[in-house]
Design a binder for this molecule. Sequence first.
Ligand SMILES: *Cc1c(COP(=O)(O)O)cnc(C)c1O
Length: 462
Amino acid sequence: MDYISTRGQAPLLDFERATLRGLADDGGLYLPSSWPVLSHDEMHDLQGHSYPDLALCIIEKFTGDCLPGEALRPLIDEACARFRHDAVAPVKQLDDRLFLMELFHGPTLAFKDYALQILGRLFQHFLVRRSQTCTILGATSGDTGSAAIAGLKGLPAIELFMLHPHNRVSGVQRRQMTTVLDDNIHNIAVEGTFDDCQNLVKSLFNDLDFKTAHSLSAVNSINWARIAAQVVYYFRAALALGAPEREISFSVPTGNFGNVLAGYVAKKMGLPIRKLIIGSNENDILTRFFETGSMERRDVRTTLSPSMDIGISSNFERYLFELVDHDSDRLNGFMHEFQENGRFEVGRDLLARARQDFSAYRLTDEDTRKDIKTTFDATGEIIDPHSIIGVSAARQEGFSDAPVVVLATAHPAKFPEAIRSALGFEAPLPAQLADLFALEERCAHLPDCAASLKRFIETTLA
Ligand SMILES: *Cc1c(COP(=O)(O)O)cnc(C)c1O
């Protein structure tokens, strides 16, 4: 299986190199040159198989010769063993037509665990095989950092440096990062904002001497292997609800377009998906696109669903590449316009095609609180401020005879303030995290300064 860059100027890579590379050298995103397809019979045979069996079957189609089944299987088994629910991604019925897939049974209580538990093990496997090590550097406003730390801790080929803005992440989110005391995990609280943290990371990646000297790499959401791992749970839910004999829709709270893109990939692989429904918070660049055909950057606002507070949906580039039938010149035109003017427009035909796959809705903070309350009153379920946006989007889409699976992306205990403001009480932390506030923390504090960060990394590694 070959991987191509959306921008058309980077070399073709195999799965191993595309995983380790992350962003392509031409600034584009890697994706398979063609979609692997599961036949109706293959899907039928997979009904009732365990989550690891299904994950093996799906992910193997993407790894190809790089990582045959015998080598992939133990990585998947180890990753799945870190989840607290035997079903890994259990599906619950919410009302007559809506189902909730709970993607929060991993170590950090949010869906990013599904990708990062696998990605960490893939990195470790590939690096050992090449007799290499690497230094992963990232910045987080919350969920990504803890999921990356949980996915990479204890892996001997990897050192992880994770920056977060000092006093600007929640107590639960900070402790999920700083209470991990493994030798290869290095938390850094930066005196500044999340944007400052991201700029520090960028400036170190742009320092090519430093980058090469320490084999700097990233595990952010544009890494193809993360998308591949997320495709699995779409198959899981749909097969459980009657696919391939029956069509299923999905409703997905998303900002960066990463999670819902995995649904699109599942559809291209043959899963009968009727509609992919997108839910945005007030940072609604995606919803505005599907309404108008214009992708237009605006300032980011802080909302009750912080993990969807983004200004740009970076994974949308992969879908746009599909929309223009892999015409990199045309794609580069759009991306150039966006870079220059903060907007681009796709025209009526492409928009009409995009709307066949997706529909998109938004939810304000006020309605987020309201919907958490009405859903709790009607069903007894406490739904976190991200997942409720998926529930609401499914309801705004209105009736269809296909059942809708809402992706519940976080456990409500991760966002205690939002739940308290909607319900007047908090959701309890699951038993295994109940002692989170009693554990020892370890974290360095640094000023917003690239030279200090470099020095810190150099001394730590030496
Ligand atoms: C990261 C995250 C999202 C958004 O994911 P995308 O990559 O933007 O699709 C939604 N909910 C939670 C809880 C998250 O952590």
